[in-house]
Design a protein. Structure first.
Length: 409
């Protein structure tokens, strides 16, 4: 343990209360934000963080409305030794207040128990915030992280107890970037364990009701590449996986990508140049439905990795068309229903005399459309809004007359 630091900074460790994280304002219609490389379905507004220094600052997780950050920064001028691989002090965990605009401030040591003389890596928390998964590497092998778990002592302000190294750890490979799904049933992480497609791959392990982990499962070749793939993070609804990769035709170094998760894991899509650069972008994470943080070592920053906050607006488009019969005649009073990819009804409309329908849809999503009309066969089709520059999609829905209806005429 680092006794001198603990003595001086006893009052500076993270407590569990802070302001909530709320919305930022944005102007989605500003043309300067259009990004043709962006295939995420989101429009990003990126801001630098005031806590950046010449050292690394990397976001990791949220605990009790505070942002947990991994950093090599020093407080009060006291050092922690130098990691020969990074030429920076060994990493520590910090907690930061987040104000009403999403800005962070007041970096304090997160925990005198979890912060040690070794390298502290990324962390994740269970939905009830009573269990913490964290990574740590020894000074003598600082690039090899092992996975640990600890529990929050009941009625304490941050006293982590019963620390244990998990069985999937191994000195022959590194386990990094843990992330717990928002329902608490899955643990995602990156590792260069045997069987990877190349370098670091992304894995998921089922979390059993008793807290044990099933064997990890590789996320497969649609996500993982022969290059490094790291920093998994799920969207709040659990339907999208964000991660960093040096593959997938990145702009340069690590880029941040998103992949939809439904019945299968789809091809990753780049978040675009408002987020990514020819340098490394890592540790993308949402803290609310529409904003969060990531880190980058782009050259205009202050240090090795700087932290950036973002506001993400959903890109909405229009799906429009008419309902017609086999002779392309409009069919009024038809019920048109829009469903999401999971079969949940989003909206339904009844066409008027012009048989016109119009739905608001999200960019880069899959939908299905059903049409119901007496005397016609039930109609169903699939639709994908996979265009960056589209504003309106046109779809004509052609119904077939029921054979029974024809025979009765």
């Amino acid at each position: 343990m680092k006794t001198p630091i603990l003595t001086v900074f006893t009052i500076l460790f993270c407590m569990v209360s802070s302001p909530t994280i709320s919305n930022l304002d944005g102007n989605r219609n500003d043309p300067k934000h259009f990004d043709e490389l962006n295939r995420s379905g989101l429009e990003f507004y990126v801001y630098t963080s005031k806590v950046n220094t010449k050292y690394s600052e990397i976001p990791s997780a949220v605990f009790k409305n505070k942002l947990i950050m991994v950093s090599s920064k020093k407080i009060g001028g006291l050092g922690n030794g130098i990691d020969k691989h990074t030429n920076e002090p060994y990493l520590e965990l910090f907690c930061l207040d987040v104000d009403a605009y999403g800005s962070v401030k007041n970096p304090l040591f997160f925990s005198r128990i979890i912060n040690t003389k070794d390298n502290e890596g990324q962390v994740a928390f269970s939905p009830d915030e009573q269990t913490m998964y964290f990574t740590r590497s020894k000074r003598e092998n600082s690039q090899n992280y092992q996975l640990y778990k600890a529990f929050l002592e009941k009625d304490s302000n941050g006293n982590w107890i019963n620390e244990q190294e998990l069985a999937i750890s191994d000195l022959n490979y590194s386990i990094e970037n843990p992330h717990v799904s928002f329902d608490g049933t899955e643990l995602y992480f990156s590792s260069n364990m045997p069987g990877s497609f190349g370098g670091f791959d992304l894995y998921v392990a089922q979390i059993n009701p008793d807290g044990t982990l099933n064997d990890p499962v590789n996320l497969g070749p649609k996500i993982n590449t022969r290059f490094d793939d790291k920093f998994p993070h799920l969207s709040k609804d659990g339907k999208k996986l964000f991660f960093s990769s040096k593959g997938h035709e990145s702009i340069g170094g690590f880029d941040i990508f998103v992949s939809s998760i439904s019945e299968d894991i789809k091809t990753p899509r780049n978040l675009g140049k408002n987020v990514n650069s020819e340098f490394d972008e890592i540790a993308f994470m949402f803290t609310t439905e529409d904003k969060g943080f990531f880190a980058s070592n782009k050259k205009q920053g202050k240090g090795s990795f700087d932290m950036y906050r973002f506001k993400a607006n959903v890109i909405y488009q229009q799906l429009q068309g008419v309902v017609v019969n086999e002779n392309n005649k409009p069919i009024p009073n038809s019920t048109v229903v829009l469903f999401d990819v999971d079969g949940n009804e989003i909206e339904r409309q009844v066409t008027e005399i012009d048989a016109f329908y119009s739905f608001k849809v999200k960019a880069y999503e899959r939908y299905s459309i059903k049409v119901l009309k007496n005397g016609f066969e039930k109609f169903e089709s699939r639709f994908s809004s996979y265009k960056t520059d589209a504003i309106i999609y046109k779809e004509t829905l052609k119904l077939s007359t029921k054979i029974s209806a024809v025979s009765n005429d």
